[in-house]
Ligand binder design. Sequence first.
Ligand code: ASP
Length: 299
Amino acid sequence: MAIHGGAGPDSDYIKQNMQGYEDGLKEAVMTGYKVLEAGGSAVDAVEASVNYLENNLLFNAGRGSAINHKGEVEMDASIMDGEKIKAGAVSMVKNVKNPVSLARYIMNNTNHVMLSDHGALELAKDEDIELEADAYFINSHQYDLFIEERDKKSTQELLKQRIHGTVGAVAMDENGNVAAATSTGGLTNSLGGRIGDSCIIGGGTYANNKTCAVSGTGDGEFLINGVIAHSIASVIEYTQSTLQEACDLVIHEKNKHVEGDIGVISVNANGDIGISFNSERMHRAWMSTDVPLQVKIYN
Ligand code: ASP
């Protein structure tokens, strides 16, 4: 099991809240790991870890999401089952307490992969998926960032935004099935309606038992353009690379031209874990039957 809490530049806020971040990362990976130990599936485990991080105010997903240029929280999330090669996703969703659980509902109960905005919210209401008022999602840190950034009005300025964060999880269960999930509040001060990689299957999330499960983070446009999550699976499918080699190849070779942050966590059906990022830090934690709990933020 591996989880991440976003890759990107370092900040004073991170330094000031180091203990809270480390505790949160530890709790998140253990939440999923306990599900696996109790015989739960990889899909159950990644949903549980991501739910924990969505509910934790320090991470940019669910509660504590970034605020866009319109002053609104619009969230993206996705989940993929590597056994069934099936995914569910939501984009631009508001008021849903745990967007990744709505994504899972879509995967399990509809013929669709992705719902967005009003349609996603309508489904959540119809199916009694937990909702929260707008204020629930906003913390004072994200509000301060929004106030600092909102006067940058030109599209060029908006497109240069690099204030972001995301959460994600990958897991392999006792049956050798893998799964991945990712959830985000996106970028501070992004244009309203902007959709990032976290809900894009193959970009920010991918899972296939034959290759690996991947959850990505960073400047989402680069993860979409580089089809990062699926690229890692393809490297494994068509070369003899190990999981770690495939992650490093995609992040540090194939995408070395990228002038932005990109990072991934991954697992395969052997229980190997691969982690790679080009940024100053990536909040992350992992553990397995062979590897005791590891929690790291910097290199
Ligand atoms: N990838 C996310 C997005 O672009 C942000 C992040 O991972 O920090 O929405």
